[in-house]
Design a protein around this ligand. Structure first.
Ligand code: ACO
Length: 366
């Protein structure tokens, strides 16, 4: 048996893919040949879905049909509404999404996975989130608005009023930049399940379970908490110094793969400039970034620590009035696109995942 192994599969290539390239040395994220940064500022959510699922951006006719399909699936089946109302109030939104996605299963979702299946599950997640949020407040959910695209409709159903163009652009950029990111834990989970020829729903529900863990999907709300604790520019330097002297990590900084600026963080920072003036909290975020980078350079020289996607994701999500408990669910709503693209790609050239383990326990004495 080969005894070379890597804890956490770090550095191991588990599959080949045409979906995304995470270039950690050069700080680039590529979706099927396009810079994700540029797409996030110029494309709609639906256009990038088409790119990731089909491999090409849609032409005008394809986009019209594609947008229509998204709109057709903004209604919850009656049994999902019953489940949403019945689940205990203390259940987290991530568990609610995982349960409802699981309950979507029907013959329509049987193997092999398809783009039409991916559209249904992607289109319905914002409706699950906003309906659950409404039921928790003992209110009726806002009805979807068929004149709005996927992102605008999410904001509309969440807040019950037409979102501003700036908010739509900001959440679109965030959603596009978080759709897909190589072989991360949840995407790997989705591919492992798909490799057994299980259905798309089971693969997606498993991925949501992986995303729920604080080591994966949980950081943006911690960034908000950090900035709330820092409170003012005057307190930033001493707060950060204390953390670093106690050997604690600063939330929203550092990345396993990016050893230069996280390109997603750069694009989101650019987007926050359009929101500047709306929220004094953004001003604090810029100041904390600047101060933290200077202090990290002093306390952690040579470690190549920069802001990661979570830092400005927190700023964007807060600026569009999302409560912190919806940050990871909103990340899930966009990452569903990457998961389903990977599930489909896995099915097109499938081989079941079956790695080995290195046994380190006792053997029978003979
Ligand atoms: N604040 C302070 N120091 C840090 C930070 C940070 N955020 N991140 C890394 N370091 C330091 C470590 O203390 C370590 O220092 P040492 O050499 O003195 O021991 C060195 O940099 C290397 O750190 P590792 O933890 O080994 O780096 P790794 O690649 O394993 O970790 C991770 C990456 C988990 C993202 C880490 O940087 C971290 O915990 N950041 C804060 C949490 C966070 O923002 N998570 C979101 C990540 S993005 C995403 O998941 C979508």
């Amino acid at each position: 048996m080969n005894e070379q192994w890597s804890r956490g599969l770090e550095g191991v290539i588990a599959t080949d893919t045409k979906i995304s390239l995470v270039d950690g040395q050069n700080g680039r994220l590529i979706y099927r040949g396009y810079e994700a940064n540029k797409l996030s500022l110029t494309s709609s959510f639906e256009e990038v879905c088409h790119l990731l699922w089909h491999g090409s951006l849609p032409d005008a006719d394809q986009l019209i049909k594609f947008n229509e399909k998204f709109k057709q699936h903004r209604t919850l089946p009656p049994h999902i509404i019953t489940i949403l109302k019945a689940l205990p109030a203390e259940m987290s939104m991530m568990s609610v999404i995982r349960t409802c996605v699981s309950a979507l299963e029907s013959p329509f979702f049987s193997w092999p996975p398809t783009v039409d299946q991916a559209i249904v599950v992607t289109a319905v997640i914002p409706v699950i989130i906003t309906s659950r949020a409404a039921y928790l407040k003992k209110e009726e959910p806002v009805k979807p608005d068929p004149s709005l695209n996927h992102i605008a409709n999410y904001l509309y159903m969440l807040h019950g009023k037409q979102p501003t163009d700036t908010h739509i652009k900001a959440l679109t950029a965030y959603s596009i930049l978080t759709m897909e990111h190589g072989m991360n834990a949840s995407t790997f989970t989705s591919r492992v399940i798909a490799s057994t020829e299980s259905d798309l729903i089971s693969s997606a529900a498993g991925a949501i379970g992986a995303m729920k863990g604080p080591l994966h999907g949980g950081a943006p709300s911690e960034v908000t908490q950090m900035l709330n604790e820092i409170e003012t520019k005057e307190k930033a330097e001493s707060w950060i110094k204390k953390k670093l002297e106690n050997h604690e990590k600063l939330m929203g900084f550092g990345h396993r793969v990016y050893k230069t600026t996280d390109p997603r963080s750069e694009a989101l920072k650019e987007m926050t400039k359009q929101l500047a003036g709306e929220d004094p909290w953004l001003d604090l975020a810029y100041y904390v970034e600047e101060t933290a980078l200077r202090l990290l350079d002093h306390y952690k020289p040579g470690r190549k620590l920069y802001t990661n996607v979570e830092f400005y994701a927190a700023a964007i999500l807060k600026a569009v009035d999302l409560p912190a408990e919806l940050f990871t669910p909103t990340f899930t709503a966009s990452r569903m696109v990457g998961w389903t693209a990977n599930i489909i790609e896995q099915s097109n050239n499938n081989r079941i995942f079956r790695p080995q383990s290195l046994y380190t326990g006792p053997v029978p004495f003979s």
